[in-house]
Design a protein around this ligand. Structure first.
Ligand code: NAD
Length: 495
């Protein structure tokens, strides 16, 4: 275990006055502070356009910590490590002021030249910031330099590559940390131990035994106040290219040689090499899109097209379901169904692994399939459905279920996704971040669908009601091969 006092770092947060910084980054940093992972030798410089004083900046941080455990004095001492510098990211001169403040704080907090640059602002600025960090000499020559990039990383392969090329002029791949916060979630981190330390899963984790896999990332909320971004993204870019593809990879990749960032990357790349990119004529067979209309509950949830800042004739999808195929020896012929959307009955993320039922040679009925469910959120646990006998003087079959769930008390103790990922950046551990080569593959997969959809506008939007599980076509996607979604939530009927 590393001596906690050795975590010396100066963190620049670009977009320090923004929503992400206040809702996620400051609480995450405070929790790391509370747990002594950062203590005396750290400082944070928040930058944004507004002209704030350090005191005002600190007061906004204090406010963002209101709900967290910890005394006022502890929170106050934490905010003393924060400094504010008004800054326009497009103005070269402003970087000189940022560097000067950095040098001063490095002396004061003895951070040994270690610098993290956190991009918590609109992606259109990432490249220009990276260029200026180099040209204005903010990249430290003494300690480490790491850049943290939020999603979205590009809006298609071409723009992602352009962005990557621009950042790569200043930072090498091992200095770049692309955040996908699903990779910091406890049960996603638990996927590899579950798969590779249990022979009774590992041995059957292939096309001989698994019939299909289902990945659900469902949201209850609508677009909220993010229409500006969402209207240019849609569910496909917002959820599939990154979170769903990363979860899919961890669910299906081959065994890494050891638990290291490099070994995991190798396996992800091998896996994505088999990812079937659809031809235009295949897209409507394998992918379904949807957009929510108003809820059935009077005056309750409006249609997407009636949300603030959404075009009244918007053709952006708020729902995607699809069938993904991996062409390799382990998975050939096994459909991986994915589903994600806004305004669904409830927020939850889960993976269902459906095993092949057998025509049982001993008993008269065919077996019911074994189903392994991995709940990512809001519950965190695992359930296994399998077959047994009804109790009593009968040989009739019965469905049994084994369940394991982390307790709420345990969950409260562990690092949350942002806390864990920021800590990984401080420790220099790349394991839970996406590599450029993974983005290259997943963007090409998504681009093929996006291009077909952009060239063929939907004619049936809105095609699901707010509070229901998406359009009927999402069920047909599975029904045509006599399958069904394992997770079938009831429509939301209350406000
Ligand atoms: P925001 O609009 O709340 O904050 C943007 C910040 O950038 C503000 O501090 C603003 O002052 C600053 N800014 C804008 N133009 C500037 C300029 N020219 N010079 C200097 N500063 C400037 O946005 P946000 O919601 O915090 O999102 C930030 C990033 O994080 C985006 O890339 C977003 O896609 C990503 N993200 C956000 C969330 C979230 O929950 N908010 C979740 C996932 C990813």
């Amino acid at each position: 275990m590393q001596n906690v006092s050795e975590n010396r770092v100066l963190i620049y947060i670009f977009g320090g006055s923004g929503d992400l910084a206040h809702r996620k980054l400051y609480p995450a940093l405070f929790n790391l502070y509370r747990k002594n992972h950062i203590k005396h030798n750290f400082a944070v410089i928040g930058t944004a356009r507004r002209d704030w004083s350090d005191d005002y900046y600190r007061s906004t941080i204090l406010k963002s910590l209101e709900e967290l455990p910890g005394s006022f004095n502890q929170k106050n001492s934490f905010t003393k490590h924060f400094y504010y510098q008004a800054h326009d990211v497009t103005d070269s001169k402003h970087y000189i002021a940022l560097d000067n403040l950095g040098i001063e704080l490095e002396k004061k907090y003895e951070t040994q030249g270690n610098r993290i640059f956190y991009m918590a602002m609109a992606p259109k600025f990432f490249a220009t910031i990276a260029e200026h960090l180099k040209s204005q000499n903010l990249v430290s020559e003494k300690g480490y330099n790491r850049i943290v990039i939020e999603k979205p990383f590009g809006r298609d392969f071409a723009s992602a590559k352009e962005l990557n090329d621009a950042i790569s002029d200043t930072f090498s791949e091992d200095q770049i940390y692309r955040i996908d916060h699903y990779l910091g979630k406890e049960m996603v981190l638990g996927l590899l131990p579950l798969r590779f330390s249990n022979p009774f899963f590992e041995q059957v984790w292939n096309r001989d035994f698994i019939d299909n896999i289902q990945i659900n990332l469902n949201e209850e909320l609508g677009v909220e106040d993010r229409a500006g971004y969402y209207e240019t993204a849609g569910a496909l870019r917002d959820m599939v290219q990154n979170h769903i593809m990363q979860i899919l990879a961890l669910t299906t990749l081959g065994a890494p040689e050891k638990m290291s960032a490099e070994a995991l990357r190798d396996q992800k790349q091998k896996l994505f090499a088999g990812l079937q990119v659809y031809k235009p004529e295949e897209v409507s067979k394998y992918f379904v899109r949807g957009q929510y209309g108003a809820s059935d509950i009077p005056d309750h949830e409006p249609a997407y097209r009636d949300e603030p800042n959404v075009a009244p004739n918007s053709t952006i999808e708020t729902f995607v379901a699809g069938e993904v195929h991996i062409d390799n020896d382990q998975w050939r012929g096994v459909p991986i169904f994915i589903r994600t959307g806004k305004r669904l009955p409830e927020k939850n993320s889960r993976i269902d692994v459906v095993f092949k039922p057998r025509q049982n040679p001993i008993f008269s009925q065919p077996d019911e399939p074994n189903i392994l469910t991995i709940e990512i959120e809001p519950e965190e646990g695992v359930a296994l459905q399998f077959n047994g006998k009804k109790i009593g003087q009968t040989t009739d079959p019965a469905r049994y279920q084994l369940t394991y769930q982390h307790s709420k008390a345990e969950i409260a103790q562990v690092l949350d996704a942002y806390e864990r990922l920021i800590y990984d950046v401080i420790l220099g551990d790349h394991t839970n971040f996406s590599h450029w080569l993974e983005l290259e593959k997943t963007w090409k997969f998504v681009d093929a669908i996006r291009q077909y959809w952009d060239n063929n506008a939907p004619t049936d939007f809105p095609n699901y009601k707010s509070g229901t599980a998406g359009p009927a076509a999402s069920d047909s996607l599975l029904q045509r091969s006599n399958r069904q979604w394992i997770y079938q939530p009831e429509p939301r009927t209350t406000r």
